[in-house]
Ligand binder design. Structure first.
Ligand code: GAL
Length: 351
């Protein structure tokens, strides 16, 4: 069959017309470029490297931080190392390699995690320390509660009840900068009492990894070595206070010796109701997680961060935001922890 001849002359004229038309018209036949529409933009990704999820408060931190980041339209990838320094570093490396926009870290070890800050910076990623400071590094931002004030609140509450006597200090983990800040706050209040001889520090020990088991062993040692001559205990948090109170219970002393804690953990608050723990320090976690989420997303967008305070970390003065903790005892439990929905009334007052 004979094929029909193609009108090549017609195609030539069309191409010539297109080639000679003004630039603006030529643009219009090209596929559209320019900035991508918001729908096509990749969401901001935040990496969250946590020390542990083996304690009540950190489960709250994880959930509330995720919620806060997602409410801002960003994504978060979370790892927890459960107290293992090498694992925390390798998990952070994975987050860095995956190209997160900002890395948020709760360090297990204040010193060891400086390596993470260094590696993130090599990849052009800024780092925020969440709740706990990373020492000796070029950390970009630190957001926490005023931990020294937590210690002051504990010591004030206990010295009001026991202005004279033998004190036991059950510290937090020596590897956590917060434990040092707490002790600083505690001793700031106790110093005048110690100097005038009213208060004796008869036992003062750190608690490895903040665990109730280690705090319990420390408290047993304190009871043994002092022949039960103890008038008050300041424990670094509610987990350690739990271990302390177990040791006191074993000697029939629970409820007779004031004990301070921190975190407003459910078990701690229940012990306050029961009368075996004197006070705790409530830190509204939603404030911390929302603040960090907001600042992390701003950082990822390259916006200026408004952090009013500075905290020395041994290398630089880190721009910081320090939130205010709240002392809680039986008298204000309802108007703080319960009103805030941190724990429900049913949980707190259950038999
Ligand atoms: C601290 C923190 C406390 C407590 C403790 C143990 O760094 O500030 O709230 O939970 O760790 O995890």
């Amino acid at each position: 069959m004979k094929q029909r001849a193609k009108p090549i002359w017609l195609l030539g004229i069309i191409l010539l017309l297109v080639a000679c038309s003004p630039d603006t018209e030529r643009e219009s036949i090209k596929p559209e470029k320019g900035p991508p529409s918001p729908k096509e933009e990749e969401p901001i990704r935040i990496g969250f490297s946590m020390d542990t999820l083996l304690e009540e408060r950190w489960l709250k931190d994880r959930d509330l931080f995720k919620e806060a980041v997602e409410a801002l339209g960003a994504e978060v990838e979370i790892f927890a190392a459960n107290g293992d320094d090498a694992l925390q570093i390798s998990q952070a490396e994975r987050l860095i390699q995956s190209g997160v926009d900002v890395l948020v870290i709760v360090p297990h070890n204040a010193e060891a995690t400086a390596a993470i800050v260094h590696k993130a910076h090599l990849a052009g990623i800024q780092v925020i320390a969440y709740d706990r400071l990373v020492k000796n590094s070029d950390l970009d931002l630190y957001v926490s509660f005023d931990n020294e004030q937590v210690g002051e609140m504990q010591a004030k509450a206990i010295t009001e009840l026991v202005p004279k006597g033998n004190y036991v200090i059950i510290g937090g983990a020596i590897t956590d900068n917060n434990a040092h800040l707490l002790k600083k706050g505690v001793f700031k209040v106790l110093r005048p009492y110690i100097e005038n001889g009213d208060i004796n520090i008869i036992y003062d020990q750190w608690t490895k990894d903040w665990t109730p088991v280690n705090a319990n062993a420390n408290m047993e040692e304190a009871l043994r070595t002092t022949n039960l001559q103890i008038d008050a205990v300041i424990a670094a948090n509610d987990a350690t206070a739990g271990g302390v109170i177990e040791a006191l219970e074993a000697k029939g002393l629970a409820g007779q010796i004031p004990v301070a804690g921190q975190d407003a953990d459910l078990a701690g608050v229940q012990r306050i109701v029961k009368g075996t723990q004197t006070m705790t320090v409530y830190k509204p976690i939603h404030m911390l997680s929302e603040e960090v989420a907001k600042l992390a997303v701003s950082m990822a967008k390259g916006e200026n961060i408004n952090a009013g305070q500075k905290v020395k970390n041994g290398k630089i003065e880190v721009p910081s935001v320090l939130l205010t903790p709240i002392p809680v005892n039986k008298s204000n439990l309802n108007t703080t922890v319960i009103t805030d929905g941190f724990h429900s009334e049913e949980e707190v007052y259950q038999e």
